[in-house]
Design a protein around this ligand. Sequence first.
Ligand SMILES: [Zn+2]
Length: 399
Amino acid sequence: MTIDDAPREALRGGPRELLRWVATGAAVSRADLSRLSGLSPSTVSQRVEALINQGLLEETGAGRSRGGRRPRQLAVPTGGAVVGAIDLGAHHARVGTLDLSGRVVQARTLPVRIEDGPEQVLGSLLAEVATLAGAGAPVPGDGASAATGGEAAGALRGLGIGIPGPVQHTTGRIVSPSRMPGWNGFDVAAFCAGRVDVPIIVDNDANLMALGAHRTAHSELDHAVYIKAGTGIGSGVISSGRLHRGAQGSAGDISHCRVVADPAPLCSCGNAGCLEAVASGAALVTALREQGVTVSDLTGVIRLIDDGDRHATALARQAGRAIGEILAVVVNFFNPQVVAIGGRLADCEPLLASMRATLYERCLPLATQTLLIERVATSQDVGITGAAHLVIDHVVAAN
Ligand SMILES: [Zn+2]
């Protein structure tokens, strides 16, 4: 065992891993879990009983007999809305409820005006989660009376929230977001905790996308980088199979890394030539307008690129090169097995092609020899899926 393998080995047979094996169908019985984990049947039974008592596993009748008594089958309770998730974007939010295996039970997209401020935006999204969970409206007010007891507490085991800006991981507080006026320093976790009485986990949207994509598409890979390129730009890092946040939660935030650009456009952070000012959706809208092209938003930009518009396509290529330059440093430094790009700009062929070309040009052959360069499977639920997995991991780990 190398030192790199240690974090995953340490988890072998832990409650979280037992739950995951059942959720993914790798195990349907205690005997399967014992075989997969290498743990003794009595230790497995003990852990399974604990998970059943916590409502995280259930027994569903009898499995196939191998001669003796037919074994009881284990399953993750499905269909019930047990985890709430909010993936907040600049203009829309995806809100959903998911079961303990991370499958979406219900989800919907709501328009959002981020400039309305955190209380109003989060207040209405929390109400939507409560409606989806069948728990009625959350208790309004200053937090003195949280929604405890009855169906509300029974329906939800936790809530995961993704924010399109930097989030201090230890506190759940937003720190200097670029396009969220009125949100700086806001304590999302505390605000929500006053309204729903369940564990609340707040993270940035790129981390949620990374975790959701990794668990659904690449769970067998240990090292992965996911770029989220939409209105803003960011990335999430999976190291040794786990989300890597760094000391404060800012790991993977590539938005203000400097790229070669002439002229270097001014960034909202006060510096010039940041990746976000060159390659984000917002930057493409601004650049096109400066060239005299009438375009209202990112949707308009994507339409122009799809139509083969010369200006828009050139800008998309330039954005892809800029993303590739930063990614090349990341790949040389971190040596991931896969780099996947998601967000609305991931569907732009010219951007993807020049990002890929730049990566191959600038990376060490050893780093790119087996490197997968992919699109994140285009599911609008990837963010809420990541949010749900954060919550499920937390709920299981806490037990
Ligand atoms: Zn900047």
